[in-house]
Write a new protein. Structure first.
Length: 173
């Protein structure tokens, strides 16, 4: 399967992609920045390792012109949207609304481009920060405000998706 994957610099994204590649899938991983431009050493090392394991595309953000051009290459069997705006996500000043805007930038055009190029499967991932996730089965609330931005991001494609795009949502636990 040929997979286009966002959120590749995250801890979870890195390991998901490694497993996909180990299972024989061809993964193209998108990164917003060049490896040297990531501020924390751990993330920078993950990005550097990625280039040795799968195809990496740098300077590409969800919904921007370079992203749409990459979709235009076609041949994608699956688009996995794991990315999320995490800028200052631990801060009480985290901008959840701005994060949702970035996470879904140009979403309608993205979904239509995927559909028109033959990609009919979209996988959205979540995290333990989303509402109802985490330890136990007690239906934990969103872990504010980052979890709220992830939950809102996951809900928006349900409103916009083209009829021919199959949408899956997966949350890690």
């Amino acid at each position: 399967m040929k997979i286009l994957f966002t959120g590749s610099s995250s801890f979870t994204g890195f390991w998901i992609i490694r497993e996909l590649v180990a299972s024989g899938h061809m993964v193209t991983a998108l990164f917003r920045h060049q490896p040297q431009d990531y501020s924390d050493d751990i993330r920078r090392q993950r990005v550097l390792l990625a280039s040795k394991v799968y195809r990496s595309v740098y300077g590409c953000s969800f919904g921007d012109s370079s992203f749409l051009s990459l979709i235009g290459e076609g041949g994608w069997d699956l688009f996995c949207h794991h990315a999320a705006d995490v800028t200052h996500y631990k801060s009480p000043d985290f901008d959840a609304t701005g994060a949702v805007r970035n996470n879904t930038h140009n979403l309608s055009a993205v979904l239509h481009a995927l559909e028109s190029r033959g990609c009919g499967k979209v996988l959205l991932t979540g995290s333990v920060f989303d509402g109802g996730e985490g330890a136990g089965s007690q239906g934990l609330p969103d872990f504010p405000p980052y979890g709220l931005s992830k939950a809102l991001t996951a809900g928006i494609p349900l409103l916009l998706r083209p009829r021919q795009v199959e949408l899956w949502q997966v949350r890690d636990s």
